[in-house]
Design a protein around this ligand. Sequence first.
Ligand code: AMP
Ligand code: MG
Length: 333
Amino acid sequence: MIDLTVPEIALMNRVLREAALLARAIQEESAAFNLTKDDRSPVTVADFTIQAVVAHRLREAFPGVVLVAEERAARLREPEQAKMLAVIATYVARVIPGATGAAVCDWIDEGMGEPGDRFWTLDPIDGTKGYRRGGQYATALALIENGTVRCGGLACPVMAEDCAADRTGGGILALATRGGGAWHTPLDRTDAGFLPLSVSACTGPARARLMRSYESGHTNVEELEAVAARLGIPPDHCVLMDSQAKYACMAAGKAELLFRLLSPSQPDYRECIWDQAAGSLIIEAAGGKVTDLHGRPLDFSQGRKLTNNLGVFASNGPLHDTGLAALEYILTT
Ligand code: AMP
Ligand code: MG
């Protein structure tokens, strides 16, 4: 059983539920402000609100903690963004009474910590495009020690209770520790108890289900389809989904394979640690396997990005070598 008395686990359990409530409230109340970042990706009121709240909660629980998170407050501090900042501060103040715009910016910027021997990493809204579209999204939080993910959690506010890949539902919280298994519980019921997550036992690639990004620009669609064809995976076994919610589905045995190939428009793209840390541990702790496209373990010791890795390949385990062989064939011929 997951040990909720461990302070790091207790923190994830509390703060990920709080993050999900805020994400939903902001979505329902359609706080429509958003900004476009330098990489042209969107950032919403929810991204900033959740990063501020999680950063504050972490600092409250563990003074001196290092946080490496996706967002920064520089644009929000500009006078033109005063209205957006005021809206964000209102949401933060719902859970941290008295929060001001200036404090919110400072809390967001606590996420600019230097990755070292021990730090937390946060993606406040992973799958921002899914969030805005009404699809899957997640808040992802993980603790990294000496380049290895120690514990991690994902709040998936619109995931079905059984983590089915083809339906939405009331949301789940998944928590994992290295060596301690992966667990999930309905997001809104604090009394429900945690059930184990366990990957699928499928060994036949032609029966495998493949998860892929909803955004075609986050992968190489042509190569991905060639790999799927080589494995004999029928097109109706492919599920499109945003965010690390995909990893929760795989950990629950609802899909077997996930390839993050390099987009032809961004061949030098390297994965950000907050996009992989929590989700990869949850799959591994549920019995699955996660490597890069060459079969190398993900190396979280290189700073904010996985600079020693190319792409990501996650599987239920039994299909890993078969998947790597198909990948190698497609990428080298
Ligand atoms: P997904 O929902 O699986 O498409 O993944 C969403 C994440 O993909 C976002 O959090 C981005 O950080 C990340 N991302 C952005 N651009 C790329 C890219 N070119 N290749 C892979 N991932 C990307
Ligand atoms: Mg993300």
